[in-house]
Design a protein around this ligand. Structure first.
Ligand code: FEO
Length: 397
């Protein structure tokens, strides 16, 4: 059965307590996730989105308990990605002529993925669907999360169905934002924003301003993942506006990998120097081989500056560091400073290579970096401590 959210609106999605990663292994889901679909039963009955294919059978069974499938007048697909459309092909086998309302890009995406020529009805920003006494208003939201996304707003009930926007990969039975552990919730919100939406900061700001300018009353925001925002729903909108403005905290993160602990010793000594120079800044050390890449990205997102360290290996750098840059570059961080460090035994190219990757990823270099040959001794550890102190000294200069 669905869960009655308000008046004639029902949550008909599924909670995924077991999922450990999303989009293959691109995004770790330590706290699970959910695929929130919604059923609106007005004079016209509307299904908004479906669920991941893992839950197809249970989704359709629950939906049948809530409504005769033939009584569904319209299906709204806010986004074609399969975590929201996985159950659609099986559903459409049962109600094949039901009109699907979506953006032009979403229709392309659905055709490309499922190779079906369903009854597509293309909608654009500002267009409305009459449900009898109420209307659904559509707003295209490209890149939040894919080029095909849109959101829709239900008049009178003042509900915004935002799909990926304002969501979190967070499994809960509590449904509403005010009923869950607030620390857990906002950790997942920040991870979601930093790993998924950072490259689209300017689009996030523009789209939110566009939506706010409509002056629509807002009782709840109903995303397609995680909790429904009913308590002060605009708090997550305000957070998005804050995060989208090249957000940073007073944090420096030292990211490194190491083979025989020399680069790790450097990282520790550099952290000591930063601490001695500035006791107020939060310093985090992350051994990249031992930490989850998405949690790492969240720390980079929060940082005003990073230091990246790798030993030289085969005239290159360790693959963990190279892989990190592939991810970091794609997120197009702005207004962050950086420096490189690393130990070497023979040729010693790592610092130069990391510098190039930092610049290529949009970071401003604070200095030329620090190389240490072989194992740092007492003198070179002092150099590393000084390097840390100087790094702080020259930040923003
Ligand atoms: Fe939740 Fe972009 O899919």
């Amino acid at each position: 059965m669905g869960f009655n959210i308000k008046n004639n609106i029902y949550l008909v999605g599924n909670v995924d307590w077991e999922i450990e990663s999303y989009q293959g292994y691109k995004y770790s889901t330590h706290k699970g996730s959910s695929y929130n679909a919604y059923l609106i039963k007005e004079k016209k009955n509307v299904l908004i989105d479906t669920v991941d294919s893992t839950f197809t059978d249970i989704f359709i069974k629950n939906l049948k308990n809530e409504i005769n499938l033939d009584d569904i007048d319209y299906i709204i697909i806010n986004h074609g990605e399969k975590d929201h459309t996985g159950a659609l092909p099986e559903l459409m086998k049962l109600i094949p002529n039901t009109p699907i309302y979506c953006t032009n890009n979403c229709a392309k995406s659905l055709k490309g993925q499922f190779h079906q020529d369903w009854n597509f009805n293309i909608v654009k920003t500002g267009e409305k669907l009459n449900l009898g006494d109420k209307e659904l208003i559509f707003v295209e939201t490209p890149m939040l999360h894919w080029p095909d996304n849109m959101i829709c707003y239900l008049t009178q009930d003042n509900m915004l169905f935002s799909n990926d926007a304002f969501g979190q990969h967070y499994a809960t039975s509590a449904i509403y934002n005010d009923l869950v552990d607030q620390n857990e919730l906002f950790v997942e919100c920040l991870k979601y924003y930093s790993n998924i939406l950072t490259p689209y900061n300017s689009k996030v700001i523009k789209k939110i301003e566009e939506i706010l300018s409509l002056n629509l009353p807002l009782d709840m925001i109903c995303p397609s993942h995680g909790v429904i925002w009913r308590d002060n729903p605009t708090q997550i909108v305000e957070l998005y506006l804050k995060w989208a403005q090249n957000y940073q905290e007073n944090q420096i993160t030292i990211l490194y990998d190491t083979m025989w602990e020399s680069t790790r010793d450097m990282a520790e000594a550099i952290a000591k120097g930063i601490k001695e120079a500035d006791s107020q800044t939060v310093i985090k050390l992350i051994h990249l081989s031992k930490k989850d890449k998405n949690d790492v990205i969240t720390e980079v997102f929060k940082s005003k500056a990073i230091l990246v360290g790798s030993p030289t290996v085969n005239k290159g750098i360790l693959t963990t560091i190279a892989s990190l840059f592939e991810f970091v570059k794609s997120l197009e961080f702005k207004n962050k400073q950086a420096a490189a460090f690393g130990s070497f035994g023979w040729s010693g190219e790592s610092v130069k290579l990391i510098n190039a990757k930092l610049v290529d990823s949009g970071f401003a270099l604070v200095n030329e970096g620090l190389r240490v040959s072989w194992k740092p001794d007492e003198e070179t550890i002092k150099e590393c401590v000084k390097f840390g102190k100087d790094f702080v000294k020259y930040l923003n200069k």
